[in-house]
Design a binder for this molecule. Structure first.
Ligand code: KG4
Ligand code: ZN
Length: 338
């Protein structure tokens, strides 16, 4: 069985072809980061136009690289939400038109389901059930995953998502967009002992998060300093450390409360080195295991959408005759595939 997956929910155009026996056959990604950098964030209209330009060439490239032909492909899966409405529409229209012309089903996929299944592209593959930590630019969630389509959100951010907090703090340190990776590399030159940032919401029960206060804390700290290179690096280090430790505390709490022994990490912030190291040592002490997607599949990509499409198709999903993209769409509305 072969599924073509298409991702276009934000500023990355991703396409991949996956085979049920051979795994990932080919994947390609076009990142629009450079186009949006001068505006300091994603401009939705520019994102939609760029998806229009890049999607068909990427699809041709993936099919050619895999030496596949349309006749071998059993379904097309695409990100139907959540995300930017114009960007989603480009991927949905293309996926459905291609699927129609090939006479195969078009399967809508929830973007966050794609992220949380992404570690299953790797070997060893985590088995159900597991705890998932989803940390991206738009979401911060702890999810109890019983099976595909059976998700319970145990906690989420009440304000900024982790990636968003990284991006906003990076901006106030004068770093470019997207700020997460830039802040993380600046933090490597910073001292871990100079500033003690708070660990928000860790002193009370529950699994929700709040990150907007850390950004304000960073701003207030900066205002008291000259703002030299070392000051910035030290603030970056203290900020990163506070975020990582807060996530560690909540993940450990969720493992203990649910009794789950597998933790899966996904989303762009999952690429953060200190977070990866911290989680590795936390799970070792908890006698649990942690699974990450490879770096390039932490951020948005087509492979995770192809995989989610494959899993759903194998379980009987065949898409619907009508369709709508869902810019806002809760993970908990999903059901197990038919
Ligand atoms: O999952 P993703 O590619 O897109 C969304 O669906 O949001 O996540 C992007 C986010 C951005 O906020 C980016 O700054 C952050 O992930 N990010 C990082 C790192 N790499 C990407 N944050 C911290 N450290 C990193 N190494
Ligand atoms: Zn994403």
């Amino acid at each position: 069985m072969r599924i073509l997956g298409i991702e276009s929910s934000c500023d990355e155009t991703g396409v991949a072809l996956i085979d049920s026996k051979q795994g990932l056959l080919a994947h390609a990604l076009y990142s629009q980061v450079a186009e949006h950098a001068e505006y300091g964030g994603v401009v939705p209209e520019l994102a939609s136009r760029d998806h229009v330009r890049k999607l068909m060439p990427l699809i041709r490239e993936v099919i050619a690289t895999a030496k596949a032909s349309p006749g071998d492909i059993d379904a097309v899966s695409y990100t139907a939400g959540p995300g930017l409405v114009g960007a989603l529409l480009v991927g949905a229209m293309a996926a459905r038109a291609i699927a129609w012309s090939w006479g195969v089903p078009a399967i809508p996929i929830h973007h966050m389901e794609g992220h949380l299944l992404a570690p299953m592209l790797e070997d060893p593959r985590p088995e159900f059930p597991f705890l998932a930590l989803l940390v991206s630019g738009g979401h911060t969630m702890l999810v109890h995953v019983e099976a595909v389509g059976r998700y319970t959100v145990l906690g989420e951010s009440l304000d900024d998502a982790v990636g968003e907090a990284f991006d906003k703090t990076a901006k106030l340190l004068g770093l470019g967009y997207p700020g997460g990776p830039a802040l993380a590399s600046l933090a490597e030159q910073g001292s871990p002992d100079r500033f003690a940032f708070p660990r928000p919401m860790t002193d009370r029960p529950g699994l929700d998060f709040s990150f907007s206060g850390l950004k304000t804390y960073a701003l207030n700290t900066m205002e008291k300093l000259d703002g030299g290179a070392q000051d910035k690096a030290d603030v970056a280090r203290a900020f990163e450390q506070a975020v990582v430790e807060t996530l560690l505390i909540k993940c450990r709490r969720a493992l203990r409360e649910t009794g789950l022994r597998r933790l899966v990490v996904a989303g762009g912030v999952g690429a953060n080195k200190r977070l990866r190291e911290g989680l590795q040592s936390m799970v070792r002490k908890e006698k649990a295991e942690v699974f990450f997607p490879r770096m390039e599949f932490c951020t948005d990509n087509g492979a995770m959408i192809a995989l989610a499409g494959l899993i759903r198709y194998e379980a009987g999903a065949r898409g619907e005759a009508t369709f709508a993209v869902r810019p806002r769409w809760s993970l908990e509305e999903l059901r197990e595939p038919a």
